[in-house]
Design a protein around this ligand. Structure first.
Ligand code: ZN
Length: 135
């Protein structure tokens, strides 16, 4: 979950917001400040909360893998190992994982999607979801 409670965090996520939402929030904050409000007012936090909701909704949608698998569909499959056979060259390559961005902006490995990069072609192949191999 993304949590926005200060301007710097809002700025860090600003480019992930739909342009119309960002424009809307910027306008409301500008109007507020121009009418004598301050950045410390609860009204500003309301705008951040709004941005937060939009970002978290977008994130939930993103985390649904683009290859459609049911929740139980991969349960019977083998777990992803540290090295897996490459669909391109047939040799084993090291398995890599994606990253997720934490609310404070730090990144940590996410095991949601496992992939290998072929050392011969340089192409990346999605080979596992949630620790289970795709067959
Ligand atoms: Zn390969």
């Amino acid at each position: 979950m993304i949590r926005i409670n200060k301007v710097s965090t809002f700025m860090a996520y600003a480019d992930q917001l739909p342009p119309e939402v960002l424009a809307d929030i910027n306008q409301r904050i500008s109007d507020w400040l121009n009418s004598g409000g301050t950045m410390e007012d609860p009204y500003i936090q309301q705008q951040f909360n709004y941005a937060e909701r939009i970002l978290n909704q977008a994130k939930e949608q993103e985390e649904i893998p683009f290859v459609a698998f049911g929740n139980d569909e991969l349960d019977g499959n083998d777990p992803v190992g540290t090295h897996e056979i490459c669909p391109n060259c047939g040799e084993e390559h090291e398995v890599g994982y994606g990253e997720k961005v934490n609310p404070d902006g730090t990144r940590e490995p996410s095991k949601l999607l496992a992939f290998i990069t072929c050392t011969k072609s340089g192409a990346t192949y999605l080979i596992g979801i949630k620790g289970k191999k795709i067959k």
